[in-house]
Every structure is written in C-alpha cells, then in structure tokens.
Design a protein around this ligand. Structure first.
Ligand SMILES: [Zn+2]
Length: 65
C-alpha cells in the first residue's frame, strides 16, 4: 500500500470533521512517523492516526509547504 506523500506543515482536509464544536475538517500535519499527528485548525487539538488510517480518512491536501 502506498502512503500519501505529505510533509510537516501541510494543511489537509479529512473526510470526517474533528468532533470539536467547530466541526473543522482542516488539519495541519505536525508530525510524521509510524503515526501521523494532525492539529485541528479550529481548536488546536492534536489527533494521532496511523499511516493507514490517515490514508483512508484523507480527502485531499489543501496546501503543501
Ligand atoms: Zn477541533
């Protein structure tokens, strides 16, 4: 399975919104390793997904650094 190419600082849109009051779908990539850490652009909370889950839940990359 190929992983989507992303780098730190990329803004990504996910298929599911963050379950915070803002219902934001945009996240900033803050860490890439075995897991990907994403920061909600509305509330600043960081969520962690493994690479496979990230690939499945990613809709598109909004901006690349
Ligand atoms: Zn949020």
């Amino acid at each position: 399975m190929d992983f989507v190419k992303i780098s730190i600082g990329d803004i990504v849109e996910m298929k599911k919104e963050h379950p915070c009051i803002h219902r934001c779908k945009l996240f900033e990539v803050v860490r890439i390793g075995a897991d990907v850490k994403l920061k909600c652009q509305a509330c600043g909370h960081v969520v962690m997904l493994d690479r496979e889950a990230f690939n499945k839940k990613l809709r598109k990359i909004i901006s690349e650094k």
